[in-house]
Design a protein around this ligand. Structure first.
Ligand SMILES: Nc1ncnc2c1ncn2[C@@H]1O[C@H](COP(=O)(O)OP(=O)(O)OP(=O)(O)O)[C@@H](O)[C@H]1O
Ligand SMILES: [Mg+2]
Length: 460
């Protein structure tokens, strides 16, 4: 069998798993984009085409266009099977329309962080069985064996349209509004975001801007092509309901989404059914205002469950954002080590600086406070450029200096400033309109974009 292998950097590894009955016709490793050109230039006449994640770009739109071009190419024989092996279960939705129009295009999903050699080998045998692809599909159930068992989830995805009522929670595939890498910020974000997986907790004293920051950071990540999950751990306020009216409405009609956080903690691997898709690749899990079962909360919103959720889902999302106000940190001390960085929200006034420290002191023992200090970057919220302290402008850097000036023992490490969110009397328009500010204001988009970048940059 003559195989065209479109596997980007994975190609050299993948070649080791190819048996002697298969000849890879391309000598060089190809991305999907390069493959389209390669086919047009060399008319290679393969018997099958296998694509892996590594051949894809960060831009699903562009990838889809390239895939369509490949499938429609007169130089790629029409009957040749084209198989994508991916770890991204979103692709089944994103490329649904492509697979419905091109029956020879199939997706195989890996349940693991990476495509396993077994799955790759399986894709080759599947390609070889073509054109009996469909026969193969129906006989697979009898395959048995551990891989077949592991692959059950994939099979579900591959089989066409088995409708579930949960489908209505999934967003329709839509054209994404991707940011073209024109500005330095975009390029920098792209550079560091490839393959990134980070857990960021947004924290701060009550009313300091925690929820709006969490929501906008996750939305900005989504806008920039990263997948993000917001976990609203603020069981007392549940304010994500305010920022996402769609979620709130759904919680009123649907007990399961009303209990989303409980269900996601119970089975994180099923997040696609238990979390709420907000837009593009941004998901939310939290509780509806009506959810009132302290027993279930006590049973599931625990450090152990949260640790489980973070360990499992950090491989599925580029970014997990926790809405975790300071006063709740006491209950979640054990998950602190699973958090890569904290965005500590502090408005630039003395009251807020002191309240922040009081909160830290009340919530955490000293060694945990030191840890929080070291892992935090400062997000100066409700930033008022006329605010002054000791006769000087109360700049973000000054807030950082005062905060760590020894007013509290154990909070004396220099804290980097992630950025600031300007105060605006229109700030609540995002609640009224249900659209996070990063989608409606370039000013705020830039502010949150910079903060996101600094928080993703690592723990400094
Ligand atoms: N940059 C800003 N400009 C103007 N108002 C702001 C700004 N940031 C936050 N606010 C105001 O502060 C309120 C609280 O913000 P937010 O819900 O983000 O904070 P929080 O810390 O999560 O609060 P809570 O403790 O109630 O959960 C918002 O309703 C908004 O009015
Ligand atoms: Mg809040």
């Amino acid at each position: 069998m003559r195989l065209l292998l479109i596997a980007g950097g994975y190609g050299t590894v993948a070649r080791q798993y190819i048996d002697s009955m298969t000849e890879v016709i391309n000598d060089t490793e190809l991305t999907l984009e390069e493959a389209v050109r390669y086919i047009a230039d060399t008319a290679p006449e393969p018997d099958s085409i296998v694509i892996t994640d590594e051949a894809l770009s960060l831009h699903p739109d562009r990838d889809r266009r390239n895939l369509e071009a490949l499938l429609n190419s007169p130089s790629a024989p029409q009957k040749v099977p084209v198989i994508l092996i991916t770890t991204d279960s979103w692709k089944s939705k994103e490329w649904e329309s492509v697979s419905s129009r091109h029956p020879r295009f199939e997706m195989m999903f890996s349940e693991y962080i990476r495509v396993t050699p077994e799955l790759f080998v399986q894709s080759i045998s599947r390609a070889r069985a073509a054109p009996g692809l469909h026969t193969q599909k129906s006989t697979r159930a009898a395959d048995g064996g551990p891989q077949a068992e592991r692959d059950k989830g994939s099979r579900r995805d591959i089989e066409p349209a088995r409708k579930s009522f949960l489908d209505r929670f999934r967003p329709k595939p839509k054209e994404r509004t991707e940011a073209e890498p024109t500005d330095a910020l975009t390029r920098e974000l792209e550079r560091i975001s490839r393959g990134i997986s980070r857990v960021v907790a947004v924290t701060g004293h009550r009313g300091s801007g925690v929820t709006s920051t969490a929501v906008n950071l996750a939305s900005e990540a989504g806008r920039r092509g990263l997948s993000a999950l917001i976990v609203d751990l603020d069981i007392d306020y549940r304010s994500t309901n305010m920022y996402f009216g769609g979620f709130h409405e759904r919680t009123k009609r649907d007990e399961e989404i009303n209990a989303s956080l409980i269900r996601t903690l119970a089975r994180p691997q099923d997040y696609a059914a238990t979390a709420y898709p907000i837009r593009d690749n941004v998901w939310l899990t939290g509780l509806g205002y009506d959810f009132d079962d302290p027993r279930l909360i006590g049973q599931f919103v625990t450090e152990a469950r949260l640790t489980g959720l973070l360990s499992l889902l950090r491989n599925r999302f580029n970014l997990i954002v926790l809405d975790l106000p300071l006063d709740l940190l006491r209950e979640y001390q054990e998950i602190m080590i699973h958090i890569d960085s904290f965005g500590l929200c502090v408005p630039n006034d003395l009251y807020s600086v002191l309240s922040t420290l009081r909160n830290v002191e009340n919530s955490l023992p000293k060694e945990q406070a030191v840890y929080l200090n070291a892992k935090s970057k400062l997000v100066v919220t409700k930033y008022n450029d006329r605010s002054r302290f000791q006769g000087e402008n109360f700049t973000p850097e000054a807030v950082s200096r005062v905060l760590t000036s020894g007013l509290m023992e154990g909070f004396t490490y220099e804290m980097k400033v992630a950025g600031h969110v300007p105060y605006s009397s229109d700030f609540d328009s995002q609640i009224e309109s249900d659209v996070p500010l990063v989608h409606s204001s370039t000013h705020y988009e830039r502010a949150y974009g910079n903060i996101l970048l600094r928080l993703l940059e690592g723990t400094g």
